[in-house]
Design a binder for this molecule. Structure first.
Ligand code: TMP
Ligand code: ZN
Length: 407
């Protein structure tokens, strides 16, 4: 049962104002075996902002069991992602004093790609992954993984067997969690005294600056600012000690969070810098978001018009990403007549259909084999790599975000 969300999950205020209504959409990762039909479940997608702590959040919440028991998204094995994960690993292991084999826990560990890097560097590793299909792959690859949600109960069970964690990682998971307070209670149970918690999320300022409307979908319950995380942690045992900004997933921010008694570790200058940035951008003000949502509607129309201008030359989509599902649905590009097919490297998505559409998903080779003259890059965060590996494609690339670009 879908529930309505009316109280800010970071600061508890009810001062949420509407930013944009994206209509009713099929779930962005529900890749079905048949074209979309009447009756395919669709849920409201309304983006709101908290005027008190500047947390973006959705108005409706789909039960997590419906979203994550089976999950087709596997962490990309692209070069861009491999480099990023390697940087994350080196960076985290380089921070603070850790023992030679720190107990490292990842929440939402997917197929275990990141933990594998830690394991190769002698860390003891353990993942929590509610999607059974992914947990199984991780376990087969030698990354011990609990096939369950991370919460107070599973954290306590873990600690009883293995002890408390030195390092906790959560990449692109905080935005998916409804109960932020519950999450930090569970971290309190899990973390040892000097633990470092590393949370990477898409950054709200990038969403704002880059008109990244397609990153708004049902799994992303929150759109995170530093101010919101600091509001949440205000009366908790944790604080934000440092931050990083990286280019991954269209621009992310990484929170380095520690227990308060470690205050001898100075809050980094980056934290103050980001506080000032957020203040100066006025991201809690309705006016800013009004103009953002007007810009988003213009961009939606422009993307739709562009495809309608060239559809008869043959247009393919590149990357059956969740944001691609959102973009196609919101821009009204749901007919195979407009987008002949979408290519994607993920075997589990091939042979299925883009959610809410009748557009089939094929293997990447189809781009060169089929008669298409345009490729709309739905995984625009990997645009550079996609173009590089498809130099043989003689058609034109359309990049939709932050503005329509054709080359
Ligand atoms: P993401 O942006 O959510 O990580 O999704 C990217 C999608 O694009 C994912 O389904 C994998 C796909 N993809 C390809 O098919 N080929 C590629 O070269 C890259 C980089 C991604
Ligand atoms: Zn708030």
């Amino acid at each position: 049962m879908i529930t309505e969300h009316t109280v800010c999950r970071a600061c508890g205020s009810k001062s949420l104002f509407n930013v944009a209504d994206f209509g009713e959409q099929a779930l962005a990762n529900s890749f079905r075996k048949s074209p979309s039909q009447e009756g395919e479940p669709r849920y409201p997608l309304v983006f709101k902002m908290c005027s008190k702590c500047w947390l973006g959040q959705l108005s409706h919440i789909v039960p997590k069991e419906e979203l994550y028991s089976y999950y087709p998204y596997v962490t990309s094995t692209s070069k861009t992602m491999a480099e990023h994960l390697d940087n994350v690993c080196q960076n985290v292991l380089g921070r603070g004093k850790q023992n030679a084999s720190p107990l490292t826990v990842e929440v939402g560990s997917n197929t275990g790609l990141l933990l594998k890097l830690f394991k190769e560097r002698q860390a003891r590793v353990h993942g929590f992954e509610p999607a059974k299909n992914l947990a199984e792959i991780a376990n087969c690859n030698g990354v011990q993984t609990t096939p369950d949600f991370f919460n107070q109960a599973t954290a306590a069970q873990f600690v009883a067997v293995y002890g408390r964690a030195d390092l906790v990682l959560g990449r692109h998971v905080l935005a998916h969690i409804d109960s932020w307070r519950g999450f930090f209670y569970a971290l309190d149970t899990l973390c040892q005294k000097h633990a470092l918690v590393v949370l990477e999320v898409p950054y709200l300022v990038e969403l704002l600056d880059g008109f990244q409307f397609d990153t708004v979908y049902h799994e992303h319950l929150s759109y995170v600012s530093l101010k919101a995380v600091e509001a949440l942690l205000e009366d908790s045992p944790f604080y934000v000690q440092d931050l990083d900004r990286t280019a991954i997933h269209g621009g992310s921010i990484t929170f380095y969070i520690r227990r308060r008694h470690q205050r001898q570790l100075r809050v980094s200058e980056m934290v103050e810098h980001i506080r000032i940035l957020e203040e100066s951008r006025k991201i809690g003000e309705e006016e800013i978001w009004k103009s953002w949502s007007a810009g988003v509607r213009e961009l939606r129309d422009e993307i739709g018009e562009q495809i309608r201008l060239v559809w008869d030359s043959g247009v393919a989509g590149y990357g059956a990403s969740a944001k691609g599902s959102m973009l196609l649905q919101y821009c009204g590009l749901t007919e195979q007549k407009l987008i002949k097919f979408v290519v994607d490297s993920t075997a589990a998505k091939q042979g299925r259909f883009m959610p809410g559409t009748n557009i089939p998903i094929l293997a990447e080779e189809a781009l060169l084999k089929e008669d298409v003259r345009y490729a709309l890059i739905l995984a625009w965060n990997f645009a550079k790599e996609i173009k590089r590996k498809n130099e043989a494609f003689k058609g034109k690339w359309i990049v939709p975000i932050p503005q329509v670009r054709i080359d």
